[in-house]
Write a protein that binds this ligand. Structure first.
Ligand code: ZN
Length: 260
């Protein structure tokens, strides 16, 4: 298929659900450069053709779709040996390199990994390291596993998100490109961090008041809120009452049995 003889509407049938669902937010996997490439190709086509109209649909196999069967045959032939590879000049430009291109997301991930280990090295030498060690995001330690063993899944993942700080509050959402601003919707001058949400945000002061009344001074200690079974109950009550994570976690169920 070449760009010049395209006519719309056009329909592409794919039998791989993962490939379809990868959509915009692509992750890094072997071959994801192909998805990157495909996405860029679609963007270019949409720009160049005012009548651009392409539907991508899932089919339970490629039987009966002529183009797909041809592609499947060609792939099987190519897999039988190098001698069946297409001559380099007939390949799309980006496949003519000696090694396969990396996807953008793979590059980004490699970068994140490298900076993470760099960060870990620096952080472990910091005096604050020992103090915060008990809620270190990477420590899914035995006591946490024991604590959450009987918890509903949703609660465990909420607690893990709070520990790792990968929680759908604007500061994190902004960092992963899912929110325009890192700031709190109610306090424009403050970043919406876990700390802001739990301890500062005036929008939820009523809910916080209840939490503080019940737990006292310890209500302002994140490690306490995340590790003490009694505190977790009150924390969940606070979280449900503020409805801040409702779209992500729904109504979070309390662990059973409830402490007396
Ligand atoms: Zn706020």
């Amino acid at each position: 298929m070449s760009e010049n003889n395209l006519s719309f509407p056009l329909s592409i049938s794919i039998d791989n659900q993962a490939a379809i669902q990868s959509g915009e937010g692509f992750y890094s996997r072997p071959g994801s450069y192909l998805a990157d490439r495909f996405r860029r190709m679609m963007q270019k086509l949409a720009k160049d053709h005012p009548d651009f109209d392409i539907t991508i649909r899932w089919i339970p196999g490629h039987e009966g779709v002529h183009g797909n069967e041809e592609a499947d045959k060609a792939a099987k032939l190519a897999a039988t040996g190098k001698q069946h590879n297409s001559p380099r000049t007939r390949l799309p430009q980006y496949l003519r390199l000696d090694s396969l291109p990396l996807s953008i997301s793979a590059l980004k991930q490699a970068h994140r990994k490298a900076s993470h280990s760099h960060w870990t090295r620096i952080w472990s030498k910091s005096p604050r390291f020992t103090r915060t060690q008990q809620i270190d995001p990477n420590t899914i330690n035995r006591s946490f596993l024991k604590l959450t063993a009987t918890f509903p899944k949703r609660l465990t993942s909420l607690l893990m998100n709070l520990r790792s700080r990968h929680i759908p509050l604007n500061r994190h959402l902004h960092r992963i490109g899912k929110s325009d601003s890192p700031n709190c919707a109610h306090c424009p001058q403050d970043e919406e961090t876990i700390h802001h949400y739990l301890f500062d945000c005036s929008h939820v002061r009523h809910e916080r008041h209840i939490l503080t009344n019940t737990l006292g001074r310890k209500a302002s200690s994140l490690p306490f809120l995340l590790t003490n079974i009694d505190a977790i109950h009150h924390l969940i009550r606070f979280i449900n009452a503020t409805k801040r994570f409702k779209t992500t976690f729904g109504e979070v169920k309390m662990p059973v049995p409830r402490p007396t």
